[in-house]
Design a protein around this ligand. Sequence first.
Ligand code: TYM
Length: 332
Amino acid sequence: MGRIFSGIQPTGDLHLGNYLGAIRNWVKLQDQYKNLFCLVDLHALTTLPNPQDMTKWTREVAAAYIAAGIDSAKSIIFSQSAVPAHSELAWILSCLTPLGWLNRMTQFKEKAGKHREKANLGLYAYPVLMAADILIYRATHVPVGEDQKQHLELARDIAGAFNRQYGKDYFELPEPLILKTAARVMSLRDGTSKMSKSDPSDYSRLHFMDDPDTIALKIRKAKTDPDPITGTPQTMENRPEALNLLGIYAALSDITLEEACRIFEGASFSAFKKSLADQIISIMDPIRQEMLALLKDPGNLDRILQKGAEEANTLASQHLREIKEIIGFLRT
Ligand code: TYM
C-alpha cells in the first residue's frame, strides 16, 4: 500500500481552490493509501502570523479536514511543528540542495515580489522543508493542486541527490497526484489568476465559512461575459472566467468539463450561475455546519491532533534514525 503525505498552511480561512485542488481528492484517496494530512504551521511561520491567529487557524484547518471527510481513524492528522524530525531532515536536505535549484522556484519569486532582499530565509528554504515533510515519511504519493508541481519536482530532485550522495536507494521518488479537474481553480474576479488566500478581494474566492447567502452573492457577482455557454470547452477557449465556473461545476458534480459544457449549452450565465450556486451550497454548507460544530469543542480537536502527532512521530523518528545512520552520524 502506498503512502500519501499532503498539507495545507494554516494561514486563513480555506477556499474552494484548497477544497477542489487538495482536500476533496484526499478524501477520495483515503481508503487506497496510508495517509498523513498535515497542518504545515512551520511553513505558515514564513508569513509571521500573530500567535493567536496561528492557534485559531490551526484548529480551523483541522476542523475543515475532518468536516470535509478526513477520518482520523483512517488518516493521521497532525501539526508539522509537533514532529521535530521535519525540521531536522530539512537541515540535512538543505546541505544537499544547490542554491541554483532554489533560485528557479517561481513561488518564491512571486511571494518575495520586488522586495527580494527583505524576504526571510524561511521563505527561500520553504521548498526544502516541503521535501523533508514528504521524505521523512518516505511517502510515495503527494496529492496537491497544480501550483505545487514545481515544489514536488524539486522534492524528487532532492531525494535523488540524497540517494546518489550516499550510494543507496533510500528514498523512493514521490509521485505528484494532480487530478485533472479543478487542479487550478481561478479567481472569481479574474479567470487568468489563481484563486488564492492572498488576493485582496474577498469576492475573488469562496471560503469554507461563507454562508449560503454569501456564496450566492459571490457567484452572482463573479465576472463573466455576455455570450451564452457553448457546447464544448474548445469553443470557449478565450473565455477564462466562463471556463473556470464550468470547471468548478464539473469538479463538484464529478463530471468532466466537456459534460458540463454540454449540459449548459445555450444557457445564459444568469441561469447557469443559479445552478452553480446551488451545487456549491449543497456541498460546502454541510462542511461549514460540521466545522462550526467541531470548533465548539477545541479540546477534542487538540486531542485528535495530539494522537496524530504521536503516530507521525513514531514513523518519522524511525526514518530519521535510518537516515542518520546512512549519513554516518554517531548513534547516541
Ligand atoms: P497551500 O496551503 O498554499 O495550499 C494547500 C493546497 O491547496 C491547493 N490549492 C489549489 N488547488 C487548486 N486551485 C487553487 N486555486 C488552489 N490554491 C491552493 C494547493 O495546490 C495545495 O495542494 N506548500 C504547500 C503546503 C505543503 C505541502 C507539503 C503540500 C507544505 N508541505 C508537502 C504537499 C506536501 C502550500 O503552501 O499549500
